[in-house]
Design a protein around this ligand. Sequence first.
Ligand code: B12
Length: 366
Amino acid sequence: MLRLRAAGTEAGLEAVGVTSAEPFVEAREAIEARKARDFHGGMWFTYGRPERSTDPRRLLPEANSIVVGALGYHRQTDGVPHDGGGLVARYAWEPFYDQLRAALEAMAVVLVDEGHEAVVVLDDNRMVDRAAAYRAGLGWFAKNTNILLGELGSWFVLGSVLTDAELPPSTAPMADGCGSCTRCQIACPTAALDEAGVLDARRCLAWLVQADGAFPPDHRVALGGRLYGCDDCQSVCPPNVKRIRSTPSTALSPGAVTSVDLVGLLLSDDDALMDRHGSWYIPRRRAEYLRRNALVALGNVGPAADPGPRSAVQVSLSSPHAVVRAHAVWAAKRLGHDDLLALVADDDDEDVIDELNRSVEPMLVR
Ligand code: B12
């Protein structure tokens, strides 16, 4: 176990724990309960086949143990230029899942060397990562549903190595430490966490940027300048705030993407967009959904008086994709460029017509 842990920590893991390969009964119940209340908002992931995602032995029938690892992704942002709007959530700034996979593989190698089977799994529809981390004693389920590693905070991605080795489980799950704190619930821009520990994905901006179809009109203004993901429920969490103040964070890697120039994105061609951002969850792997998100963000941050946002909206109004034209109508109205709507006056797509008829609160001119 010492060799195993050392392999993981040398490869960058900040915490390693072990649990049995028994099914995650509570996670299955939680998934079913959320589906019954429609809280999954059309998500599939682990919700698609909960009987599989909550039973590790569906992945490795001989599994006896799960070794769980956590890789920290908080990075220093002092002096990082902010590039024209489109905010990217921290977990997507760098390929942290690749770094996590490499660290888990380093532990798998140790197990295989000792004659065991080992299967690495992370951020995969076939396994509930948080439930494994919780049972392996890495942290508790915070009210924002993230696994909070005590004073280390929650800026961690999680993954596992399933193995037939019989490893001694770590200590019991960590006791709840949120107490009476409700900061994450209050900070959520769309009240998606009104019930502690239960996320209503229909309102969660992190899901809405990944979901298919129109961006829900009621949550467009709340999206602000976000392009991908949302960090609000973690940014306000006291252990996260404290850790950032007291521990110097790792520097950002060259090539990290913390924000994306929205105008540049909207003026790029689809191939360039997918080349740059293809590792993100983009609905149906189609660039028009990235444009949709960018148009909502642009409608919120503008600046309305600048020629760049105006020409990005103008180009988008002529898109062959109705979802892009429809959201460009919204952005044009938000930025006060109603004169551009003449470009879609004869559009016969229902969604575009609906947007033309929708009343939109103009953005305050800055
Ligand atoms: C689907 C999914 C999403 C969905 C839904 C998230 C959700 N809360 O269910 C969306 C797209 C919204 C999303 C967003 C994010 N995600 Co996500 N996501 C997943 C995925 C693929 C499955 C999660 C899942 O199974 N949910 C099902 C529900 C039922 O699980 P749960 O919320 O954990 O449920 C437990 C708690 O609710 C608890 N519980 C039940 N009742 C109560 C009551 C109280 C009072 C409390 C405290 C707890 C509690 O028990 C439940 C069962 O175990 C995992 C990867 C994986 N394969 O596991 C990543 C994962 C959960 N996501 C991750 C990340 C980083 C994020 C974001 C931070 C990214 C971002 N910045 O935008 C946000 C965080 C939003 C949030 N507050 O959850 C990490 C979380 C790491 C961590 N420290 O916890 C994971 C584990 C990916 C990874 N491998 O690292 N995600």
